[in-house]
Design a protein around this ligand. Structure first.
Ligand SMILES: Cc1cc2nc3c(=O)[nH]c(=O)nc-3n(C[C@H](O)[C@H](O)[C@H](O)COP(=O)(O)OP(=O)(O)OC[C@H]3O[C@@H](n4cnc5c(N)ncnc54)[C@H](O)[C@@H]3O)c2cc1C
Length: 380
């Protein structure tokens, strides 16, 4: 088959690798608007559970990537000056650029062609193809040009976030919440290299307006955030890379394909960064689409139908959890002042409903016990 993939992010790259491994005669080309070596952002995380999924599907890729990952066994929730480590939540992280560079080498070795510096903005540009894959991220051109065919809905969430990095190497994935006179600031931060961490700042829209970030320069915005998180950064600077305030779009598509064109990854659906699952979801989409072709050979309609059938149930569960997580962050201005640090950490852990008190007793018995002292009614 002649396969053309728009976007060389983790989803498109991994799908290309799997299809080439399935049949080396497939002619696969990826089109990427960025130059090789240029990317937005800093590091991305995988939960231990996400890595186990990857291992189950692809031991070779798991072995290839794991030496490059930073690992830690717990997460920390910091409520102003009180830090609460929460056991039972292992995470691993990697720089986005490092992940992409590893995947470029992986697919190119298999014989997949990547055409960099090429933005696709018309299907005609792609020429002949048996299959077109829109793996072009949250602002996907393939999707936005065909929203009626895909049945797209986009829900722009009110909170503002900005993706920064810092040279401070944090010891665990940490969610730091700090109260200021203008509102609560949250930083999602974690080390992804021995000397670099992602430092994503999220605030409510009302806080953003009160501070006047809409009129503030990039430099002053950095300075302001460095001041809010001075105790956490301990003198390390915030680093920018195409960093600007944005709102998160929750994207969903009723239909995932039309004709021989299909979406995967963030182009298909977005899942809020607070559950750290975007990269994993994109790679799992790639596995499910590949399985459709593995089962149905070159029968494209059958393979695309099978993709939907295989992928919908597990993906919808995570997508629903991500949307509940978004709503929790949208209430941070109320929750932080109202809850004591232990209650707040517990609220964080149980926010999506996937972890209840029974699970908390297994994950972190000490935190569960502290919470029971305050709320004896939850004891099981
Ligand atoms: C602030 C933020 C923090 C995040 N944190 C995490 C995290 O901690 N953990 C995690 O797992 N995920 C995280 N994510 C999400 C993660 O980055 C994405 O979910 C994941 O990269 C999706 O992979 P993808 O392959 O679908 O798309 P992308 O990684 O977005 O890749 C799409 C590619 O398509 C290219 N492209 C776009 N349009 C065109 C075009 N017209 N022509 C050619 N090329 C095009 C882009 O340049 C890009 O390289 C975060 C996202 C954001 C915004």
């Amino acid at each position: 088959m002649k396969i053309k993939v728009v976007g060389a992010g983790p989803g498109g790259l991994y799908f290309a690798a799997l299809m080439k491994q399935l049949d080396s005669r497939h002619e696969i080309t990826l089109y990427e608007r960025n130059a090789r070596g240029a990317t937005f952002g800093f590091g991305v995380v995988f939960s231990d559970r996400a890595l186990e999924f990857l291992r189950g599907d692809d031991e070779a890729l798991y072995q290839y990537l794991t030496p490059h990952l930073e690992n830690w066994p717990e997460i920390t929730v910091a409520h102003n000056d009180v830090s609460i480590p929460i056991a039972g939540n292992g995470f691993a992280s990697i720089g986005r650029l490092d992940l992409l560079t590893l995947l470029y080498a992986y697919v190119e070795k298999l014989g997949v062609k990547i055409v960099f510096d090429t933005e696709i903005n018309s299907l005609a540009q792609l020429g002949d193809a048996d299959l077109i894959v829109g793996a072009d991220g949250a602002s996907s051109w393939v999707r936005t040009q065909n929203e009626d065919k895909f049945g797209t809905t986009t829900d722009w969430r009110p909170n503002k976030f900005i993706w920064y990095g810092t040279s401070k190497a944090f010891n665990s994935l940490t969610l730091t919440f700090r109260e200021t006179k203008d509102g609560v600031f949250c930083a999602h931060h974690y080390r992804y290299k021995p000397d670099m961490s992602t430092f994503l700042v999220e605030i409510e829209d009302a806080t953003w307006r009160r501070v006047g970030f809409d009129k503030m320069s990039t430099e002053d915005t950095v300075k302001y955030c460095e001041k809010v998180f001075a105790k956490d950064l301990e003198g390390h600077p915030i680093v920018t890379n195409h960093s600007y305030w944005r709102n998160f779009p929750v994207i969903w598509n009723e239909r995932w394909s039309f004709g021989h064109t299909v979406l995967l990854g963030d182009a298909l659906r977005t899942a809020h960064f607070s559950i750290g699952a975007g990269t994993r979801l994109a790679m799992e989409d790639a596995v499910a689409l590949f399985k459709g072709f593995k089962e149905h050979g070159n029968d494209i309609p059958a393979a695309l139908a099978r993709f939907h059938e295989l992928r919908y149930p597990p993906m919808k569960k995570i997508w629903d959890a991500a949307n509940i997580s978004i709503a929790w962050y949208e209430q941070m201005g109320e929750l932080v002042p109202k809850l004591m640090p232990v209650e707040f950490a517990y609220s964080y852990m149980t926010r999506t409903g996937r972890v209840g008190h029974k699970e908390m007793c297994v994950l972190d018995p000490a935190l569960a016990a502290e919470y029971e002292k305050l709320h004896p009614e939850v004891a099981v």
